[in-house]
Design a protein around this ligand. Structure first.
Ligand SMILES: CC(C)(COP(=O)(O)OP(=O)(O)OC[C@H]1O[C@@H](n2cnc3c(N)ncnc32)[C@H](O)[C@@H]1OP(=O)(O)O)[C@@H](O)C(=O)NCCC(=O)NCCS
Length: 181
């Protein structure tokens, strides 16, 4: 399904339009001191895949605002073929939550890929001045997409509440003259 358009204004984009998979074979340069793949290497792939999805969905530049709930479920080894699957789970006014699943399989075996990680990232679409710009709403297609949309709304509510609570705490402490600098 293509982008839905009324007159000239885009009203939404189905999830599948911007979903991607980025695949990469892990080599000796990707390891940590334990000899398995460095978490930061995976985080970069996750950010790359999510950034491509956010750019495709929003039709222009988008920056990472936050990455949370990055989970590493199993170690990844040299010679693993890693697949990073990303899609827009939810859209706000200018922000998008991108959900990412990381799977790995031996590059030379036919055994199925296993999930080894997951993450949620928020991207903000920006204009040429780096200021937030509106994004088309995502249109979840399958029941799985709809569940992910609803779960993303819960995470959004918690992110905002946590940010507000911390800001209020800092303001209270500052008002009481407590200096922790
Ligand atoms: C992300 C950024 C554009 C937000 O700008 P801002 O002036 O704070 O704008 P706003 O407060 O209006 O936030 C824009 C949107 O992003 C969301 N957002 C901003 N910071 C966020 C955070 N830390 N976590 C989750 N969402 C966030 C807001 O909720 C808002 O969403 P909405 O428009 O859908 O309601 C700005 O902070 C920025 O440029 N950060 C640096 C990004 C960067 O360099 N990333 C790494 C390299 S790509």
């Amino acid at each position: 399904m293509d982008e839905l358009v009324t007159d000239s204004e885009p009203v939404g984009k189905p999830t599948s339009v911007s979903r991607i998979t980025l695949s990469h074979i892990m080599t000796a340069g990707d390891t940590n001191l334990l000899g398995t793949v460095h978490g930061g290497v995976i985080m970069k792939l996750v950010d790359d895949a999510a950034g491509a999805v956010a750019g495709r969905h929003s039709g222009g530049p988008a920056v990472t605002a936050s990455m949370d709930e990055m989970a590493f479920l199993e170690p990844i080894r040299i010679g693993d073929l890693v697949h990073v699957r990303a899609q827009v789970n939810w859209t706000g006014r200018s922000s998008m939550e991108v959900g990412v699943r990381v799977l790995a399989e031996r590059w030379n075996e036919s055994s199925p890929a296993q999930q080894v990680g997951s993450a949620y990232l928020v991207f903000a679409a920006v204009d040429e001045h780096g200021k937030p710009r509106p994004v088309p709403p995502v249109l979840p297609e399958t029941e799985r997409d709809k569940r992910r949309y609803q779960e993303a709304q819960i995470r959004r509510t918690h992110r905002l509440a946590r940010r507000r609570a911390i800001k209020e705490l800092r303001e209270r402490r500052a008002a009481e003259g407590l200096d922790d600098a």
